[in-house]
Ligand binder design. Structure first.
Ligand SMILES: [Zn+2]
Length: 462
């Protein structure tokens, strides 16, 4: 289908859309607070330690929050659909005559032992594994999975089942006088869901309020992680909206899929991204104009999900004016927070001294070096190649640091630059040869995102 009937579906089935209840929130994760003193001139090698106040996690009143998550009663029929085809199950034996029992596979179990434990003979094992597919598959049974045996009214083995994946089962059934194996696949139905939220404490909190899983919140942050620093840039009243996939098996929800379109409004600036799979099957996020969301450097080299501190909306954030004073940016974060390589590169230092504590320097292309100080633990050694987003160490307070934080420096051609404002090369946009296809596929998605947001606002009385 070219013109997805999204909007019509929504109109028709709007009455069925129900808000999913909001979870209880125990922890408010937020960007770094603003109570540190400004930093005097930096020490030669490292920096002056920060004064930090203890981070307080507060429960959040979510009753008034205009956040929501809707299941959209839609089946995705666009190009990214991954619905598999299924041959209808041709069971003809009346189920009432058959009995099933299952056994969980434990470490060290053999097929023979499992058969035996259920009262079956070595001959049963032999007969079942005469089928090459059964033999090949059952030879690799894994602990934690389940083997299911089926017997007829005279207790004879007539079937063996082994789950290969959530929607994939090996079925070995007695057919005539032989066991015949076959892998049965059930279709995973992809539906669309919409979620939106307004941030009052943090993206994490707002995402939770909207009913999103941690994984989805991280995915959302990853979509915009090259443009927005989710530790330092997020403010009260920032908002997000997204359409994402949900997976269903036999009508039952089995998990979230990928984000397919998303918007984040950060301090009034609108960022939009849409997922596009090119003709070679590569998935990437692009702006509506077809520019890549991906860039050479991440905005924040720390996992924002670990950052927990109170929001100080009315106060100027000190980080921005402070970076110049000591040539770096500080991310206050609990000890152990993963630190990421901001870009692809090679480790040119992984060491420690009394100023920097444990530190890692990475050499990137374009004569750029990034530096990460005060780690509690380093995760890479000198000379090693690293990928963007790879964990290179963990936040700590080693060297000249009073409280756990990451001190991050960005050096271009030997000159310290502010990573928050420096212009960086962008990844390749959508290829010219794919522009038409890109536009066709993404325009309606972005239009849907807008429509959902409007409906959502209406539904919530805004
Ligand atoms: Zn610092």
């Amino acid at each position: 289908m070219r013109n997805w009937s999204f909007l019509e579906h929504i109109k028709l089935r709007w009455g069925e859309i129900t808000a999913v209840s909001v979870g209880v929130l125990l922890l408010s994760l937020a960007l770094s607070g603003g109570d540190e003193e400004s930093i005097p001139a930096a020490a030669e090698q490292g920096e002056i330690a920060l004064t930090t106040e203890p981070v307080v996690a507060e429960p959040v009143d979510i009753s008034q929050r205009p956040t929501s998550r809707y299941e959209l009663p839609l089946t995705w029929e666009g190009p990214s659909a991954k619905v598999e085809t299924l041959s209808p199950d041709d069971e003809s034996t009346p189920q009432t005559l058959l009995k099933q029992r299952s056994v969980e596979i434990k470490s060290g179990d053999t097929l023979s032992a499992l058969f035996q434990s259920q009262g079956f003979s070595a001959r049963d094992v032999y007969r079942v594994t005469q089928d090459p597919l059964a033999e090949k598959t059952l030879r690799r049974i894994r602990p934690g999975k389940t083997l299911l045996f089926e017997t007829d009214e005279s207790q004879q083995l007539v079937g063996v089942y082994y789950e290969l994946a959530i929607n994939e089962t090996l079925q070995v059934k007695l057919t005539g006088d032989k066991f015949v194996a076959e892998i049965k696949k059930r279709p995973i139905e992809i539906r669309h869901a919409f979620a939106s939220g307004v941030i009052s404490d943090s993206l994490f909190a707002a995402g939770k309020d909207a009913g999103l899983s941690d994984t989805l919140i991280v995915k959302l942050a990853n979509v915009f992680g090259w443009d927005i620093d989710f530790v330092l840039d997020v403010r009260k009243n920032d908002s997000f909206a997204m359409i994402y996939e949900t997976k269903f098996l036999d009508g039952e929800f089995i998990g979230d899929g990928e984000i397919i379109a998303a918007q984040f409004i950060n301090q009034g600036e609108v960022f939009q991204a849409v997922r596009y799979t090119d003709k070679d099957g590569n998935d990437n996020f692009y702006t509506p104009e077809g520019k890549s969301m991906r860039k050479a450097f991440l905005r924040a080299p720390v996992n924002f999900m670990y950052i927990s501190s109170n929001f100080k909306p009315k106060r100027f954030h000190p980080i921005l004016k402070r970076w110049k004073a000591h040539r770096g940016i500080d991310y206050r974060a609990p000890t152990g927070t993963p630190i990421y390589a901001a870009g692809d590169g090679k480790v040119i230092a992984s060491s420690q001294n009394k100023y920097n504590g444990k530190y890692v320097f990475i050499q990137h292309g374009n004569n750029i070096v990034t530096k990460y100080l005060h780690m509690s633990r380093r995760a890479v050694s000198n000379g090693k190649r690293v990928k963007q987003g790879q964990v290179i160490g963990y936040v700590g307070a080693t060297g000249l640091a009073e409280a756990p934080h990451l001190h991050y420096e960005f050096v271009v051609g030997g000159v310290h630059r502010n990573p928050r404002t420096v212009k960086l090369p962008e990844a390749l946009p959508v290829a010219k040869s794919e522009r038409e296809r890109f536009t066709q596929q993404t325009q309606s998605l972005l239009a849907s995102l807008e429509s959902y947001q409007k409906f959502n606002s209406v539904a919530l009385g805004q």
